[in-house]
Design a binder for this molecule. Structure first.
Ligand SMILES: [Zn+2]
Length: 227
């Protein structure tokens, strides 16, 4: 029998990481599909490399479009690669990307996944196409700041606490005062977002929540979260 010491046993560590891996896969599967779907739509939109033959309707045209699409994908990918800068702070540069861009230390994937929401998970940010489609750079900038605020939370609390204290509550809740929720409001504060109105007392409550998560022992935190 393995003697339980003050630290975690290997079995406990293994189960924790297994749980984290399953959750990450569940969160990212629709996200990956969305990136591909967004890319597919990009090649049929009026982009720089978009095919002009949208009206043509015979099978030859469709075949040609397929070939053009593959070239479009490649051109878009190379464009993104050439424009890529992980430390980029300019939202315009993100708005010009097709599939991916850099923003303030994060890798930003652009896609059109079903739930329509943008999100952040560690160094990876998922930016939904609908944010770019508004055409407002101010709006895009504030969304990038908010999502980057989630990265700041992540840096303070780590992967597993982030999954339980931030990612899951934000996925499960979508109230009117979304940005006043304890797991959301500190993303606004840490990211420097100015356009969201927070309900009275929510900022203090959010800061207290984050501090509690930072202090919490992982196992007592997990057992209370799972109760
Ligand atoms: Zn958020």
């Amino acid at each position: 029998m393995m003697q339980r010491t003050t630290g975690k046993t290997y079995k406990e560590r293994f189960l924790l990481w297994l749980l984290a891996a399953v959750l990450v896969c569940t969160l990212f599967l629709p996200f990956a599909q969305g990136v591909l779907q967004g890319a597919a739509e990009d090649t049929t939109a009026n982009g720089v490399f978009a095919p002009e033959s949208a009206a043509e309707n015979n099978s030859q045209a469709i075949e040609n479009d397929k070939k053009e699409n593959i070239i479009d994908y490649l051109c878009y990918f190379i464009e993104d690669l050439l424009m890529f800068d992980i430390n980029n702070l300019d939202p315009v540069r993100v708005s010009l990307a097709h599939f991916f861009a850099g923003y303030d230390g994060q890798l930003v994937f652009i896609g059109n996944w079903e739930n329509g929401r943008s999100g952040s998970f560690g160094r990876i940010m998922g930016l939904h196409k609908n944010v770019l489609n508004t055409g407002s750079i101010t709006w895009l900038s504030e969304i990038l700041k908010h999502e980057h605020g989630h990265y700041e939370q992540y840096k303070r609390i780590g992967l597993i606490k982030y999954i339980f204290a931030i990612a899951i509550p934000s996925l499960l809740n979508d109230p009117d005062d979304y940005y006043s929720q304890p797991w959301e409001v500190t993303a606004d504060i840490l990211g420097g977002v100015t356009i969201h109105r927070h309900s009275a007392g929510s900022e203090e409550a959010g800061i207290a929540y984050l501090n509690n998560v930072i202090k919490a022992d992982l196992f007592s935190f997990l057992s209370s979260a799972l109760k």
